[in-house]
Design a protein around this ligand. Sequence first.
Ligand code: NAD
Ligand code: DAU
Length: 339
Amino acid sequence: MSSAFEPHNIIVTGGCGFIGSNFVRWVAQNHPEVHVTVLDKLTYAGNPENIAGLPESQVELVVGDICDADLLDRIVPGHDAIVHYAAESHNDNSIRDPEPFVQTNVVGTYRLLEAVRKYGIRYHHVSTDEVYGDLALDEPRRFRPDDPYKPSSPYSSTKASSDLLVRAWARTYGIHATISNCSNNYGPYQHVEKFIPRQVTNILCGIRPKLYGTGENVRDWIHTEDHSRAVWDILTKGRIGETYLIGANGEKSNIEVLREILSLMGQPEDAFDWVRDRPGHDRRYAIDPTKLEEELGWRPIHTDFAEGLQQTIKWYEDHEGWWRPAKEATERKYAEQGQ
Ligand code: NAD
Ligand code: DAU
């Protein structure tokens, strides 16, 4: 069934995080006719500054927890869709303490699905390619939507669980839902715990970048703005009940990415430390985006990774006031775990 959906008043959960805030800014710029209610708990990863300056008549922030059913009963009526980004999103945190991941990613999604069922509105579920597990480094195959779920970490297993809830609610209760699974995002406003911002801000602080394991692990990088456009296309043109994979043919090993950062920031190519590997570290992710491209006509715009990386580095150079408050505590946590 094709949805051809025209949203007017949407809820974006996690709209003060990295990718959610990019989506909110993208909607504000490209669809001024759409009102956005951001529902965000403002955890350590949520920052209202990420959506500051957007027109108040268009973007409203409600600070609250997606697990709070009474709150959902108060705010969901009157909206025509939920775009669900809110999550505990960092693998390393999930290894240290899985509980908030189960709570927010699984229970939180369950609460949203129940609200969607009760109020009969559209739902788009933002998920990750990590639900498919990992690929061998030399394997020609890439992830496809119907691949079996084989998540490795507490984080990815809770995201996989949430996807399965969505599939079940769509089949059993007939909710109007779509799912997207995207690869690794980069761009402005990403928390300093994540790979690229961590290394960039380390260099800016005079700390040596840290590479896990052998550095051969491969991630499939996509600019977060390309992700936002894809989510919009799926929300408005995607087929109900379908899963779309989002990726921009951006496979690179971690050591390649780190060497590009070092070079762009004028550092010697060996100016980094090898550190303890992540337990259960997925080797390689790679997305086959054919379904999204052929059905919905989506194509990435940010196809030059070096250029996107350069712009991202510049953003961190220009926004020290944004990342500095989180930097010390983040590095202290990493140091405690030998990373
Ligand atoms: P993030 O950690 O930067 O932001 C998460 C946001 O969710 C924060 O604003 C936080 O305050 C909010 N939040 C957390 N728990 C909440 C709760 N219980 N109630 C309400 N709000 C809550 O995450 P991100 O990297 O922007 O990822 C956003 C989504 O995209 C996640 O669902 C993630 O699984 C998915 N995703 C991320 C990537 C990536 O590369 N970062 C790739 C594919 C998919
Ligand atoms: O694939 C999509 C996923 O991408 C999202 O679902 C997650 O929310 C997002 O965090 C990201 O997960 P990764 O675990 O791939 O991202 P992270 O930035 O934590 O790490 C990227 C790679 O870099 C990974 O192979 C681990 C490695 N790494 C990471 C850090 C923080 C290092 O070598 N050194 C580091 O300091």
